[in-house]
Design a protein around this ligand. Structure first.
Ligand SMILES: [Zn+2]
Length: 58
């Protein structure tokens, strides 16, 4: 198992409880820039039921 620059997030689909794995790109300074309100979001579609998930990370 090798580590890449991207982090995987496992989230549970609220519709069918399937585990959806989303790939989150690396940020240059996620933890140090919380005041600027630059919340990043990513849309992911559940592979099981097609429910659209919005993931936010910062
Ligand atoms: Zn689902």
């Amino acid at each position: 198992m090798s580590r890449s620059d991207r982090a995987n997030m496992d989230v549970g689909c609220p519709e069918c409880n399937a585990i959806v794995t989303a790939t989150v790109p690396p940020g240059p300074g996620i933890a140090s820039d919380r005041d600027s309100n630059r919340l990043q979001g990513r849309d992911t579609v559940c592979h099981n039921c097609g429910h659209e998930l919005e993931l936010y990370y910062y």
